[in-house]
Design a protein around this ligand. Structure first.
Ligand code: UDX
Length: 439
Protein backbone atom coordinates (compact mmCIF):
# COMPACT_ATOMS: atom_id res chain seq x y z
CA UNK A 1 0.00 0.00 0.00
CA UNK A 2 1.38 3.41 -0.98
CA UNK A 3 0.19 6.66 0.50
CA UNK A 4 0.92 10.23 -0.54
CA UNK A 5 0.47 12.73 2.27
CA UNK A 6 0.15 16.38 1.27
CA UNK A 7 1.23 18.68 4.08
CA UNK A 8 4.04 18.10 6.57
CA UNK A 9 2.34 20.06 9.33
CA UNK A 10 1.10 18.60 12.54
CA UNK A 11 -1.57 16.29 11.14
CA UNK A 12 0.38 15.29 8.03
CA UNK A 13 3.54 14.38 9.88
CA UNK A 14 1.87 12.45 12.66
CA UNK A 15 -0.50 10.61 10.31
CA UNK A 16 2.27 9.94 7.78
CA UNK A 17 4.64 8.53 10.40
CA UNK A 18 1.87 6.41 11.95
CA UNK A 19 0.74 5.00 8.58
CA UNK A 20 4.38 4.08 7.91
CA UNK A 21 4.50 2.41 11.32
CA UNK A 22 1.43 0.40 10.26
CA UNK A 23 3.66 -0.94 7.47
CA UNK A 24 2.62 1.28 4.57
CA UNK A 25 4.87 3.08 2.14
CA UNK A 26 4.36 6.79 2.83
CA UNK A 27 5.63 9.83 0.93
CA UNK A 28 4.99 13.14 2.70
CA UNK A 29 5.32 16.37 0.75
CA UNK A 30 5.13 20.03 1.65
CA UNK A 31 5.22 23.24 -0.38
CA UNK A 32 7.72 24.69 2.10
CA UNK A 33 11.16 23.35 1.06
CA UNK A 34 12.75 24.43 4.36
CA UNK A 35 10.44 22.05 6.24
CA UNK A 36 11.47 19.19 3.97
CA UNK A 37 15.15 20.05 4.29
CA UNK A 38 14.77 19.98 8.07
CA UNK A 39 13.06 16.59 7.90
CA UNK A 40 15.81 15.24 5.64
CA UNK A 41 18.29 16.35 8.28
CA UNK A 42 16.31 14.52 10.94
CA UNK A 43 14.86 17.67 12.51
CA UNK A 44 11.14 17.61 13.29
CA UNK A 45 9.61 21.08 12.83
CA UNK A 46 7.05 20.55 15.61
CA UNK A 47 7.32 19.41 19.20
CA UNK A 48 5.42 16.18 19.73
CA UNK A 49 6.58 13.52 22.19
CA UNK A 50 7.77 10.38 20.43
CA UNK A 51 7.45 11.76 16.90
CA UNK A 52 11.18 12.19 16.27
CA UNK A 53 11.89 8.53 17.07
CA UNK A 54 8.88 7.32 15.07
CA UNK A 55 9.97 9.35 12.04
CA UNK A 56 13.61 8.27 12.35
CA UNK A 57 12.72 4.57 12.65
CA UNK A 58 10.43 4.59 9.63
CA UNK A 59 12.81 6.63 7.49
CA UNK A 60 15.60 4.19 8.38
CA UNK A 61 13.40 1.22 7.47
CA UNK A 62 12.58 2.81 4.13
CA UNK A 63 8.82 3.19 4.66
CA UNK A 64 8.71 6.96 5.12
CA UNK A 65 10.14 9.62 2.82
CA UNK A 66 9.82 13.37 2.41
CA UNK A 67 9.90 15.59 -0.63
CA UNK A 68 8.44 18.56 -2.44
CA UNK A 69 7.30 16.89 -5.66
CA UNK A 70 3.64 15.92 -5.82
CA UNK A 71 4.28 13.83 -8.94
CA UNK A 72 6.93 11.79 -7.12
CA UNK A 73 4.70 11.31 -4.10
CA UNK A 74 1.78 10.19 -6.24
CA UNK A 75 3.79 7.66 -8.23
CA UNK A 76 1.95 4.38 -7.67
CA UNK A 77 -0.02 5.81 -4.71
CA UNK A 78 -3.29 4.07 -3.79
CA UNK A 79 -4.49 6.99 -1.69
CA UNK A 80 -3.64 10.67 -1.46
CA UNK A 81 -4.31 12.33 1.91
CA UNK A 82 -4.84 16.07 2.19
CA UNK A 83 -3.42 17.40 5.46
CA UNK A 84 -2.93 21.05 4.59
CA UNK A 85 -3.86 23.90 6.92
CA UNK A 86 -7.33 25.40 7.22
CA UNK A 87 -6.73 28.55 9.29
CA UNK A 88 -9.55 30.90 10.27
CA UNK A 89 -10.06 33.40 7.48
CA UNK A 90 -9.38 36.94 8.60
CA UNK A 91 -12.53 38.92 9.17
CA UNK A 92 -15.29 36.33 9.05
CA UNK A 93 -14.06 33.31 11.05
CA UNK A 94 -14.81 30.87 8.21
CA UNK A 95 -12.16 28.24 7.56
CA UNK A 96 -9.79 29.32 4.76
CA UNK A 97 -9.96 26.55 2.17
CA UNK A 98 -7.64 27.97 -0.44
CA UNK A 99 -4.85 25.50 0.43
CA UNK A 100 -7.23 22.54 0.33
CA UNK A 101 -8.71 23.46 -3.06
CA UNK A 102 -5.31 24.26 -4.56
CA UNK A 103 -3.97 20.90 -3.42
CA UNK A 104 -7.02 19.05 -4.80
CA UNK A 105 -6.49 20.72 -8.18
CA UNK A 106 -2.83 19.75 -8.25
CA UNK A 107 -3.67 16.16 -7.32
CA UNK A 108 -6.24 15.93 -10.11
CA UNK A 109 -3.73 17.26 -12.65
CA UNK A 110 -0.98 14.90 -11.49
CA UNK A 111 -3.12 11.72 -11.24
CA UNK A 112 -2.29 9.00 -13.77
CA UNK A 113 -4.47 6.19 -12.42
CA UNK A 114 -7.77 6.13 -10.51
CA UNK A 115 -7.10 7.26 -6.94
CA UNK A 116 -8.82 7.89 -3.65
CA UNK A 117 -8.41 11.45 -2.39
CA UNK A 118 -8.91 11.61 1.36
CA UNK A 119 -9.31 14.83 3.34
CA UNK A 120 -7.75 14.74 6.82
CA UNK A 121 -7.76 18.50 7.28
CA UNK A 122 -10.73 19.83 9.24
CA UNK A 123 -13.00 21.27 6.57
CA UNK A 124 -16.50 22.75 6.67
CA UNK A 125 -19.47 20.67 5.69
CA UNK A 126 -19.78 20.58 1.92
CA UNK A 127 -16.05 20.81 1.19
CA UNK A 128 -15.82 17.17 0.07
CA UNK A 129 -18.51 17.81 -2.57
CA UNK A 130 -16.64 20.90 -3.76
CA UNK A 131 -13.42 18.92 -3.99
CA UNK A 132 -15.31 16.35 -6.06
CA UNK A 133 -16.52 19.09 -8.43
CA UNK A 134 -12.98 20.41 -8.80
CA UNK A 135 -11.35 17.06 -9.53
CA UNK A 136 -14.16 16.00 -11.90
CA UNK A 137 -13.90 19.28 -13.81
CA UNK A 138 -10.16 18.90 -14.21
CA UNK A 139 -10.13 15.17 -14.87
CA UNK A 140 -13.43 13.99 -16.36
CA UNK A 141 -11.41 11.08 -17.83
CA UNK A 142 -10.36 9.62 -14.48
CA UNK A 143 -12.18 8.23 -11.47
CA UNK A 144 -11.08 10.16 -8.40
CA UNK A 145 -13.01 8.97 -5.37
CA UNK A 146 -13.29 11.63 -2.66
CA UNK A 147 -13.38 10.68 1.03
CA UNK A 148 -13.33 12.43 4.39
CA UNK A 149 -11.36 10.94 7.27
CA UNK A 150 -11.12 13.54 10.03
CA UNK A 151 -8.49 13.23 12.73
CA UNK A 152 -9.13 13.50 16.46
CA UNK A 153 -5.52 13.92 17.58
CA UNK A 154 -4.59 15.81 20.72
CA UNK A 155 -1.31 17.64 20.63
CA UNK A 156 1.12 16.06 23.05
CA UNK A 157 -0.67 12.75 22.73
CA UNK A 158 -1.06 12.53 18.98
CA UNK A 159 0.75 9.25 18.37
CA UNK A 160 -1.21 7.44 21.07
CA UNK A 161 -4.45 8.94 19.75
CA UNK A 162 -3.61 7.82 16.21
CA UNK A 163 -2.52 4.31 17.19
CA UNK A 164 -5.33 3.69 19.69
CA UNK A 165 -8.28 5.82 18.59
CA UNK A 166 -11.76 5.58 20.09
CA UNK A 167 -13.11 5.40 16.54
CA UNK A 168 -12.24 6.08 12.93
CA UNK A 169 -14.71 8.16 10.94
CA UNK A 170 -14.83 7.57 7.19
CA UNK A 171 -17.10 9.59 4.93
CA UNK A 172 -17.44 8.55 1.30
CA UNK A 173 -19.47 9.21 -1.83
CA UNK A 174 -22.51 7.14 -2.72
CA UNK A 175 -22.36 4.07 -4.95
CA UNK A 176 -19.44 1.97 -6.19
CA UNK A 177 -17.01 4.91 -6.26
CA UNK A 178 -17.64 5.41 -2.53
CA UNK A 179 -17.40 1.68 -1.86
CA UNK A 180 -13.93 1.67 -3.44
CA UNK A 181 -12.77 4.40 -1.03
CA UNK A 182 -14.38 2.65 1.96
CA UNK A 183 -12.62 -0.60 1.09
CA UNK A 184 -9.26 1.13 0.69
CA UNK A 185 -9.59 2.94 4.02
CA UNK A 186 -10.62 -0.34 5.67
CA UNK A 187 -7.34 -1.81 4.42
CA UNK A 188 -5.34 1.19 5.58
CA UNK A 189 -6.80 1.02 9.09
CA UNK A 190 -6.68 -2.79 9.31
CA UNK A 191 -4.02 -2.75 12.10
CA UNK A 192 -6.63 -1.12 14.35
CA UNK A 193 -9.10 -3.98 13.88
CA UNK A 194 -7.07 -6.03 16.35
CA UNK A 195 -8.17 -3.57 19.01
CA UNK A 196 -11.72 -3.70 17.68
CA UNK A 197 -11.65 0.01 16.91
CA UNK A 198 -15.07 0.93 15.50
CA UNK A 199 -15.17 2.44 12.04
CA UNK A 200 -18.06 4.86 11.52
CA UNK A 201 -18.89 4.81 7.81
CA UNK A 202 -20.89 7.83 6.70
CA UNK A 203 -21.52 10.25 3.89
CA UNK A 204 -19.00 13.03 3.21
CA UNK A 205 -21.14 15.69 4.91
CA UNK A 206 -21.71 13.57 8.01
CA UNK A 207 -18.00 12.88 8.48
CA UNK A 208 -17.17 16.56 8.07
CA UNK A 209 -19.80 17.63 10.59
CA UNK A 210 -18.84 14.86 13.04
CA UNK A 211 -15.40 16.39 13.48
CA UNK A 212 -16.81 19.83 14.25
CA UNK A 213 -19.52 18.43 16.50
CA UNK A 214 -16.93 16.48 18.52
CA UNK A 215 -14.68 19.49 19.04
CA UNK A 216 -17.58 21.81 19.75
CA UNK A 217 -18.98 19.43 22.34
CA UNK A 218 -15.63 19.11 24.11
CA UNK A 219 -15.17 22.89 24.08
CA UNK A 220 -18.68 23.23 25.52
CA UNK A 221 -17.81 20.77 28.31
CA UNK A 222 -14.78 22.87 29.25
CA UNK A 223 -16.70 26.16 29.25
CA UNK A 224 -19.42 24.46 31.27
CA UNK A 225 -17.07 23.29 34.00
CA UNK A 226 -15.30 26.66 34.01
CA UNK A 227 -18.59 28.40 34.78
CA UNK A 228 -19.46 25.78 37.40
CA UNK A 229 -16.00 26.38 38.93
CA UNK A 230 -16.75 30.10 39.21
CA UNK A 231 -19.99 29.28 40.99
CA UNK A 232 -18.16 26.82 43.26
CA UNK A 233 -15.91 29.65 44.42
CA UNK A 234 -18.94 31.75 45.32
CA UNK A 235 -20.81 29.04 47.21
CA UNK A 236 -17.84 27.27 48.79
CA UNK A 237 -18.06 24.04 46.79
CA UNK A 238 -15.21 22.03 45.26
CA UNK A 239 -15.31 21.80 41.48
CA UNK A 240 -13.17 18.65 41.39
CA UNK A 241 -15.69 16.77 43.46
CA UNK A 242 -18.54 18.22 41.41
CA UNK A 243 -16.78 17.12 38.20
CA UNK A 244 -16.22 13.64 39.61
CA UNK A 245 -19.74 13.32 40.93
CA UNK A 246 -21.15 14.46 37.63
CA UNK A 247 -18.65 12.73 35.34
CA UNK A 248 -19.08 9.28 36.89
CA UNK A 249 -22.50 9.30 35.29
CA UNK A 250 -21.67 7.34 32.15
CA UNK A 251 -24.00 9.55 30.16
CA UNK A 252 -21.74 12.51 30.88
CA UNK A 253 -18.23 11.07 31.22
CA UNK A 254 -15.34 12.31 33.34
CA UNK A 255 -13.04 13.69 30.68
CA UNK A 256 -12.80 17.36 29.70
CA UNK A 257 -14.28 18.54 32.97
CA UNK A 258 -11.07 20.04 34.27
CA UNK A 259 -11.42 23.78 34.97
CA UNK A 260 -8.77 26.21 33.85
CA UNK A 261 -8.04 29.58 32.26
CA UNK A 262 -10.02 28.76 29.10
CA UNK A 263 -9.31 26.46 26.19
CA UNK A 264 -6.86 27.35 23.45
CA UNK A 265 -4.94 25.50 20.77
CA UNK A 266 -5.18 24.99 17.07
CA UNK A 267 -8.58 23.30 17.03
CA UNK A 268 -11.20 24.29 19.59
CA UNK A 269 -11.16 28.08 19.03
CA UNK A 270 -10.97 27.78 15.24
CA UNK A 271 -13.43 24.92 14.85
CA UNK A 272 -16.08 26.28 17.20
CA UNK A 273 -15.97 29.57 15.32
CA UNK A 274 -16.13 27.90 11.91
CA UNK A 275 -19.05 25.60 12.75
CA UNK A 276 -20.96 28.47 14.37
CA UNK A 277 -20.49 30.53 11.18
CA UNK A 278 -21.59 27.62 8.98
CA UNK A 279 -24.67 27.15 11.13
CA UNK A 280 -25.55 30.85 10.77
CA UNK A 281 -25.14 30.58 7.00
CA UNK A 282 -27.63 27.74 6.98
CA UNK A 283 -29.94 29.67 9.32
CA UNK A 284 -29.69 26.94 11.92
CA UNK A 285 -27.71 28.71 14.65
CA UNK A 286 -25.70 26.75 17.20
CA UNK A 287 -26.59 28.98 20.13
CA UNK A 288 -24.86 26.77 22.70
CA UNK A 289 -21.62 26.91 20.74
CA UNK A 290 -21.84 30.65 20.21
CA UNK A 291 -22.21 31.04 23.96
CA UNK A 292 -19.31 28.64 24.56
CA UNK A 293 -17.11 30.83 22.37
CA UNK A 294 -18.18 33.99 24.20
CA UNK A 295 -17.65 32.38 27.64
CA UNK A 296 -14.18 31.19 26.66
CA UNK A 297 -13.12 34.49 25.08
CA UNK A 298 -14.18 36.43 28.16
CA UNK A 299 -12.52 33.98 30.51
CA UNK A 300 -8.96 34.68 29.42
CA UNK A 301 -9.28 38.39 30.24
CA UNK A 302 -11.00 37.56 33.51
CA UNK A 303 -7.96 35.52 34.51
CA UNK A 304 -5.76 38.63 34.23
CA UNK A 305 -8.31 40.62 36.29
CA UNK A 306 -8.23 37.90 38.91
CA UNK A 307 -4.44 38.08 39.20
CA UNK A 308 -4.55 41.87 39.45
CA UNK A 309 -7.23 41.65 42.14
CA UNK A 310 -5.12 39.13 44.09
CA UNK A 311 -2.36 41.75 44.18
CA UNK A 312 -4.70 44.34 45.66
CA UNK A 313 -6.03 45.80 42.43
CA UNK A 314 -2.83 47.53 41.36
CA UNK A 315 0.12 45.76 39.79
CA UNK A 316 2.05 48.81 38.73
CA UNK A 317 5.69 48.21 39.67
CA UNK A 318 4.95 44.65 40.79
CA UNK A 319 6.66 41.54 39.45
CA UNK A 320 4.57 38.58 38.36
CA UNK A 321 6.04 35.17 37.55
CA UNK A 322 4.10 33.29 34.88
CA UNK A 323 4.73 29.56 34.66
CA UNK A 324 3.65 28.03 31.36
CA UNK A 325 2.93 29.87 28.11
CA UNK A 326 1.83 27.13 25.67
CA UNK A 327 -1.92 26.45 25.44
CA UNK A 328 -1.32 23.16 27.25
CA UNK A 329 1.61 21.02 28.41
CA UNK A 330 3.76 18.83 26.14
CA UNK A 331 3.52 21.23 23.22
CA UNK A 332 5.26 24.39 22.05
CA UNK A 333 2.04 25.53 20.40
CA UNK A 334 1.03 29.06 21.35
CA UNK A 335 -2.08 29.29 19.18
CA UNK A 336 -4.90 30.93 21.15
CA UNK A 337 -3.05 30.20 24.40
CA UNK A 338 -4.52 31.99 27.44
CA UNK A 339 -1.04 33.52 27.97
CA UNK A 340 -1.55 35.61 24.83
CA UNK A 341 -4.35 37.49 26.59
CA UNK A 342 -3.23 37.27 30.22
CA UNK A 343 0.41 38.40 29.83
CA UNK A 344 -0.29 41.52 27.68
CA UNK A 345 -3.03 42.57 30.12
CA UNK A 346 -0.64 42.29 33.07
CA UNK A 347 2.05 44.23 31.21
CA UNK A 348 -0.48 46.90 30.21
CA UNK A 349 -1.47 47.23 33.86
CA UNK A 350 2.15 48.06 34.68
CA UNK A 351 3.47 44.72 35.93
CA UNK A 352 6.89 43.26 35.16
CA UNK A 353 6.32 39.74 33.88
CA UNK A 354 8.93 37.01 34.32
CA UNK A 355 7.79 34.10 32.17
CA UNK A 356 8.97 30.54 31.81
CA UNK A 357 7.84 27.66 29.63
CA UNK A 358 9.86 24.46 29.11
CA UNK A 359 9.48 24.47 25.31
CA UNK A 360 7.28 27.33 24.05
CA UNK A 361 9.45 30.36 24.85
CA UNK A 362 10.95 30.71 21.39
CA UNK A 363 7.47 30.81 19.87
CA UNK A 364 6.19 33.07 22.61
CA UNK A 365 8.88 35.69 22.11
CA UNK A 366 7.41 37.04 18.88
CA UNK A 367 3.88 37.03 20.25
CA UNK A 368 4.10 38.51 23.74
CA UNK A 369 4.83 42.19 24.41
CA UNK A 370 8.41 43.48 24.49
CA UNK A 371 9.66 43.81 28.00
CA UNK A 372 8.55 40.37 29.14
CA UNK A 373 11.54 38.73 30.79
CA UNK A 374 12.10 35.11 29.78
CA UNK A 375 13.51 33.12 32.65
CA UNK A 376 15.81 30.11 32.52
CA UNK A 377 13.63 27.99 34.77
CA UNK A 378 10.60 28.09 37.04
CA UNK A 379 12.58 29.20 40.09
CA UNK A 380 14.37 31.83 38.05
CA UNK A 381 10.96 33.18 36.97
CA UNK A 382 9.88 33.26 40.63
CA UNK A 383 12.87 35.43 41.59
CA UNK A 384 11.72 38.54 43.49
CA UNK A 385 8.16 37.98 42.25
CA UNK A 386 5.23 39.42 44.17
CA UNK A 387 2.94 36.79 42.69
CA UNK A 388 3.32 33.48 40.92
CA UNK A 389 0.77 32.32 38.33
CA UNK A 390 0.49 28.81 36.92
CA UNK A 391 -0.93 29.12 33.40
CA UNK A 392 0.01 25.72 31.93
CA UNK A 393 0.19 22.50 33.93
CA UNK A 394 3.63 21.20 32.93
CA UNK A 395 4.64 18.34 35.23
CA UNK A 396 7.83 20.10 36.30
CA UNK A 397 5.72 22.82 37.95
CA UNK A 398 3.91 20.22 40.05
CA UNK A 399 7.24 19.15 41.49
CA UNK A 400 8.31 22.61 42.71
CA UNK A 401 8.81 22.74 46.45
CA UNK A 402 6.88 25.46 48.32
CA UNK A 403 10.02 26.23 50.33
CA UNK A 404 12.12 26.84 47.21
CA UNK A 405 9.38 29.05 45.76
CA UNK A 406 9.12 31.06 48.96
CA UNK A 407 12.85 31.54 49.01
CA UNK A 408 12.88 32.83 45.45
CA UNK A 409 9.82 35.08 45.71
CA UNK A 410 9.35 38.43 47.36
CA UNK A 411 5.58 38.12 47.84
CA UNK A 412 3.33 35.21 48.75
CA UNK A 413 0.50 35.38 46.19
CA UNK A 414 0.04 32.13 44.30
CA UNK A 415 -2.64 31.98 41.59
CA UNK A 416 -2.91 28.39 40.45
CA UNK A 417 -5.06 28.59 37.32
CA UNK A 418 -4.62 24.86 36.58
CA UNK A 419 -5.19 23.46 40.07
CA UNK A 420 -1.86 21.67 40.19
CA UNK A 421 -1.14 22.22 43.90
CA UNK A 422 -2.82 21.06 47.05
CA UNK A 423 -4.52 24.10 48.62
CA UNK A 424 -3.84 23.04 52.20
CA UNK A 425 -0.13 22.41 51.60
CA UNK A 426 0.30 25.77 49.93
CA UNK A 427 -1.62 27.66 52.61
CA UNK A 428 0.29 25.93 55.39
CA UNK A 429 3.48 26.92 53.62
CA UNK A 430 2.34 30.52 53.97
CA UNK A 431 1.06 31.31 50.50
CA UNK A 432 -2.03 33.35 49.75
CA UNK A 433 -3.13 30.55 47.51
CA UNK A 434 -6.07 30.49 45.12
CA UNK A 435 -6.97 27.85 42.58
CA UNK A 436 -9.97 27.53 40.30
CA UNK A 437 -13.26 26.45 41.85
CA UNK A 438 -11.90 25.03 45.09
CA UNK A 439 -12.67 26.43 48.51
C1 UDX B 1 -8.23 18.97 20.55
C2 UDX B 1 -9.08 17.69 20.58
O1 UDX B 1 -8.93 17.05 21.85
C3 UDX B 1 -8.67 16.77 19.46
O2 UDX B 1 -9.51 15.63 19.46
C4 UDX B 1 -8.79 17.52 18.14
O3 UDX B 1 -8.41 16.73 17.05
C5 UDX B 1 -7.95 18.80 18.18
O4 UDX B 1 -8.34 19.59 19.30
P1 UDX B 1 -5.80 19.70 21.36
O5 UDX B 1 -6.19 21.07 20.93
O6 UDX B 1 -4.49 19.18 20.97
O7 UDX B 1 -6.88 18.64 20.84
O8 UDX B 1 -5.81 19.68 22.95
P2 UDX B 1 -6.77 19.22 24.13
O9 UDX B 1 -6.00 18.32 25.02
O10 UDX B 1 -8.06 18.72 23.65
O11 UDX B 1 -6.94 20.60 24.92
C6 UDX B 1 -7.54 21.73 24.29
C7 UDX B 1 -7.65 22.87 25.26
O12 UDX B 1 -8.61 22.62 26.25
C8 UDX B 1 -6.36 23.19 26.03
O13 UDX B 1 -6.21 24.59 26.10
C9 UDX B 1 -6.58 22.58 27.40
O14 UDX B 1 -5.85 23.22 28.40
C10 UDX B 1 -8.07 22.80 27.55
N1 UDX B 1 -8.73 21.83 28.45
C11 UDX B 1 -8.83 20.52 28.10
C12 UDX B 1 -9.27 22.27 29.66
O15 UDX B 1 -9.19 23.46 30.00
N2 UDX B 1 -9.93 21.35 30.44
C13 UDX B 1 -10.05 20.05 30.11
O16 UDX B 1 -10.67 19.31 30.88
C14 UDX B 1 -9.47 19.62 28.90
Amino acid sequence: MRIAMIGAGYVGLVSGACFAEFGMQVHVIDADPSKITALHEGRIPIYEPGLDALVADNVRDGRLEFGTSLEAAMEGADAVFLAVGTPSRRGDGHADLSYVFAAAEQVARAAKTPIVLVTKSTVPVGTGRKIKEIVTRIRPDLEISVASNPEFLREGNAIGDFMRPDRVVVGTEDGPVGERARELLRRIYRPLFLMETPIVNTSLETAELTKYAANAFLAMKISFINEIADLCEKVGADVHDVARGVGLDGRIGRKFLHPGPGYGGSCFPKDTLAVARTARDFESPLTLIETTIAVNDARKGQMADRIIAALGGNVSGKTIAVLGLAFKPETDDMRDAPSLVVVPKLVEAGATVRAYDPVAMDHAKGLLPDGVHYASGALDAAKEADALVVLTEWNEFRALSPEALKKAMRGRVLEDLRNVYDPLTMREAGFTYRSIGRP
